[in-house]
Design a protein around this ligand. Structure first.
Ligand code: NAD
Ligand code: UFG
Length: 338
């Protein structure tokens, strides 16, 4: 059963991949993005991949009158809400900006949805809500611990959704806690395109492999992990996108809400990522061990049983596919005229 979906933040990294997955699943999709962290060229690329015109509204999710207009002009069946700011470091420097955009944006969106009678929403949460987990792999039942304003904005957003669902069973939310998204679309047309020097590992490794940055700084080699470097559960962005389609179809089929981890259940260390990327790009990526990065967690790894039981979600793509697709994407970008 398809329908019409509003995709906030649909021009961003995960949103653009999800756009393609939703179109492939037969949905009509409308993008709302302020292009604060996305290039306008993404829209043309989505048209190239899907072979159909893309409806993208340039605007802010905090603009209530714009949202009212969208819900009046379109019969929206559900919303997938990606629009948020996502830099942990920046959130520490600008907490108000993060709370205002991430939590404030969600509140405005929910109010507009309620007015329009649209009560199905898939929400982008994050493994960051677990803080430093007591248990790895980490189940969804683990306590939520805020480590920074970004993480707090995700915890508070989850709490808002829980309050609404408890007060009115007509609401149904799919809360998806992503582990570490990586990789790019197999077409080479979509991928992560950070405006500044990337702070996340894989895009940083990609820039070093391209020769745009001298070496990867490995933040700490004295963690209690097999090789001493930080371990993360990297999930291919195409798998993540598919998770959204499954979440949405569960909501639209009237199965009620769900809160699930989206990860592979398998962790890789920083050194393993560098080795896998070196194999994918065909040359050794230079690196150097430096001090730990303040605030870093030793290990993040997802328990995956709930997503499989509730949504039938299982990841399909390997670390090698994440590295190879990332490399194809960054080399295609580097070849383009500026
Ligand atoms: P992204 O920055 O690539 O995409 C977010 C998009 O939202 C951008 O296109 C941006 O222009 C847009 N946007 C931001 N604020 C907006 C606003 N107020 N109004 C309209 N548009 C707005 O980020 P992403 O990696 O695709 O992340 C998508 C979601 O997933 C975010 O909610 C993020 O917090 C969450 N998440 C990301 C990661 C990750 O590592 N990438 C991990 C866990 C959770
Ligand atoms: N790392 C390095 N060098 C770098 C960058 C990262 O050694 O230049 C290490 C980190 O110390 C960590 C691992 O690589 O051990 C992954 O770091 P990332 O910055 O790529 O990812 P994080 O797990 O720290 O954070 C990301 C997102 C958060 C999200 C979290 C969920 O940035 O928003 O994943 O797992 F909440």
């Amino acid at each position: 059963m398809a329908g019409t979906i509003l995709l906030t933040g649909g021009a961003g990294y995960i949103g653009s991949h999800t756009y393609v997955a939703l179109k492939e699943a037969g949905y009509d999709v409308l993008i709302l993005d302020n292009f604060g962290n996305a290039k306008h060229s993404v829209v043309g690329r989505l048209e190239q991949i899907t072979g159909a015109p893309v409806t993208a509204v340039e605007g802010d999710v905090r603009d209530r009158s714009l949202l009212n207009q969208i819900f009046t002009e379109h019969q929206i069946d559900a919303v997938v809400h990606f629009a948020a700011l996502k830099s942990v470091g920046e959130s520490v420097e600008m907490p108000l900006r993060y709370l205002e955009n991430n939590l404030g944006g969600l509140m405005v969106l929910l109010a507009a949805m309620e007015q329009a009678g649209c009560r199905r929403l898939v929400f982008s949460s994050s493994a960051t809500v677990y803080g430093i987990p007591d248990e790895t792999p980490t189940p969804e039942t683990a306590p939520r611990r805020a480590m920074n304003p970004y993480g707090k904005s995700k915890i508070m957003s989850e709490e808002v959704l829980e309050e609404l669902a408890a007060a009115d069973p007509a609401w149904a939310f799919g809360v998806l806690r992503y582990f570490n998204p990586a990789g790019a679309h197999h077409s080479g047309l979509l991928g992560e395109d950070p405006r500044d020097v990337p702070s996340n590992l894989m895009p940083f490794v990609a820039k070093v492999a391209l020769g745009e940055l001298p070496l990867v700084k490995v933040f700490g080699s004295d963690y209690d992990t097999p090789d001493g470097t930080g371990v993360r559960d990297y999930i291919h962005v195409d798998d993540l996108a598919r998770g959204h389609v499954l979440s949405l179809s569960a909501l639209l089929a009237g199965k009620g809400g769900h809160l699930v981890n989206l990860g592979t259940g398998r962790g890789y260390s920083v050194l393993e990522i560098i080795a896998a990327y070196s194999a994918a790009c065909g040359s050794d990526v230079p690196h150097q061990i430096v001090d730990r990065r303040p605030g870093d967690v030793p290990i993040y790894c997802a328990r995956t049983e709930r997503a499989e039981a509730l949504l039938g979600f299982r990841t399909e793509k390997s670390l090698d596919e994440m590295c190879r697709s990332s490399w194809a994407w960054v080399t295609s970008q580097a070849a383009e005229p500026a």
